[in-house]
Design a protein around this ligand. Structure first.
Ligand SMILES: NC(=O)c1ccc[n+]([C@@H]2O[C@H](COP(=O)([O-])OP(=O)(O)OC[C@H]3O[C@@H](n4cnc5c(N)ncnc54)[C@H](OP(=O)(O)O)[C@@H]3O)[C@@H](O)[C@H]2O)c1
Length: 440
């Protein structure tokens, strides 16, 4: 069968990302076409509201309110799903894949929730699913795992995958400001959504971690199978204590695979990183990912994690891959379409084998014997204290105890926390942060 000479592209969802794709693809069309050897035609776009004012103007006849019509249109070769959410986006994606089209998606929530169904539909009907824009925006991390580092087994992938959280944490540290104050600023500046919970509670990072874990290990890990903790409990005092100990604080996704026990853990939590770690020095809305492979060693990637331009850059890279696939009939992305083989029957790591050092800040009654009582609780769980720092707390009659532990595990620290909460001398919810002693 001869390959089409003109490739029609449909953009479902003409919001922030959709308009960015149209704008940048139009601007670089000639260059891309000559490099790919095919004509690219931006054929149609869909919106919810035809009357909305948009920065990127396109002829009204190209706009529709029916994204499914684009998905099902046999003349559209490449369908970009840039609507968001998991209901209509799923319908659009499946409708396009079921007629053997190529779908390009930026939708990590959709992949996390419906990944197996989407990949199965692509394989069954001869469609293809590309998703570079779904994780870390402008950083081509999907290509890194799928292509550049294909020779490797990945022992650890960790990084900052949510620019909103990194912006908030950086501002809290730089301005010595409270979480609430910085969050309000972030909303005003458009860095945080009106409902911030998806970002600050760690769920957006967890969706992206799920995508990376599948690519690297061929296992679909749902968010309810992960440890997911957000940043709302962190105070400016934690940055000061962390700095005293030589650390910065970052919200990280951490994906660890032990190839000996054949266990995989995927988790999202605020983490103390040594100031010398490059990831600890990535600030503001930037993302960063560290990937350790058994062949290459540790590699590091950083760049804008979201926003119109960075995300459009990733979507256009997928469109170019899709065009190459349609022209030549194959592509290196195919290495990513049967990830199951990377799984090798691996299981999720049980909590008692997820090991770390911990930072624990406790607001306690300022009276003699308190530290001894806390140490007794910890000793019962074999959580051994490495250092103790005592400072006045904000409450009168209270003190802040900042403890670090030697290596322990998630089950022991979880039980320790439960028991500490029950002590009358512990006056507020303890703040627990993992210490990330990762190789660089
Ligand atoms: N924004 C980023 O920086 C970024 C970064 C990485 C990934 N992503 C992902 O990219 C996707 C799109 O994000 P975005 O920021 O571009 O979203 P957005 O600005 O809200 O745009 C969504 C588009 O979909 C349309 N739409 C929404 N619901 C619809 C419905 N029920 N029927 C028909 N059309 C509907 C909207 O129409 P109207 O314009 O008429 O409302 C709009 O054009 C999401 O999956 C997001 O997670 C975004």
């Amino acid at each position: 069968m001869s390959s089409p000479q003109i490739l029609n592209i449909g953009i479902c969802g003409f919001g922030t990302v959709g308009q960015g794709v149209w704008k940048h693809l139009s601007a670089h069309l000639g260059d891309l076409e000559s490099r790919l050897g095919v004509k690219l035609h931006l054929a149609r776009a869909s919106v919810r509201d035809l009357t909305k004012k948009r920065d990127v103007k396109i002829p009204a006849r190209l706009l529709t309110t029916d994204p499914l019509a684009i998905a099902k249109d046999p003349s559209i070769h490449i369908v970009c799903e840039l609507i968001g959410g998991t209901t209509l986006a799923r319908q659009v994606t499946l409708a396009a894949l079921r007629r053997g089209a190529i779908v390009v998606s930026a939708n990590k929530a959709l992949i996390c929730e419906h990944g197996p169904e989407i990949i199965a539909a692509a394989q069954q009907h001869g469609g293809h699913f590309f998703f570079e824009a779904s994780v870390a925006g402008g950083i081509p991390i999907i290509k890194v795992l799928r292509e550049g580092l294909v020779a490797n087994r990945f022992t650890r992938i960790y990084g900052i995958l949510n620019g909103t959280c990194n912006y908030i944490l950086t501002q809290m540290e730089d301005r010595n400001a409270s979480y609430a104050e910085v969050l309000a600023d972030a909303k005003r500046l458009g860095y945080a959504e009106a409902d911030e919970s998806l970002d600050v509670d760690g769920w957006d990072t967890a969706h992206k971690a799920s995508v990376l874990a599948w690519l690297a290990h061929g296992v679909w890990v749902k968010t309810d199978q992960m440890i997911v903790e957000g940043i709302a409990g962190i105070t400016p005092a934690d940055f000061k204590h962390a700095a005293t100990l030589g650390y910065g604080v970052k919200l990280l996704a951490v994906i660890s695979r032990d190839f000996v026990s054949n266990e995989l853990s995927v988790r999202v939590h605020p983490t103390l990183l040594p100031e010398s770690n490059v990831v600890a020095n990535v600030s503001g809305v930037f993302n960063a990912v560290s990937v350790t492979g058994d062949v290459v060693g540790t590699t590091f990637y950083s760049g804008r994690g979201a926003g119109q331009d960075a995300t459009a850059s990733a979507v256009i890279s997928d469109i170019a891959d899709a065009a190459a696939l349609l022209k030549h009939g194959k592509g290196s992305h195919l290495l990513g379409e049967d990830q199951g083989i990377r799984g090798g029957g691996c299981r999720l790591t049980p909590p008692e084998r997820i090991r770390s050092r911990y930072y624990l800040r406790l607001t306690v009654q300022d009276e003699p014997g308190v530290l001894a009582r806390i140490a007794t609780v910890m000793a019962k769980q074999k959580v051994s204290i490495a250092s103790v720092l005592q400072t006045p707390a904000e409450q009168a009659g209270a003190a802040a105890l900042v403890l670090t532990t030697h290596e322990s595990n998630e089950r022991a620290i979880g039980t320790t926390l439960q028991q500490l909460r029950a002590l009358a001398v512990v006056l507020a919810e303890p703040v627990l942060l993992r210490i990330g002693d990762f190789e660089q």
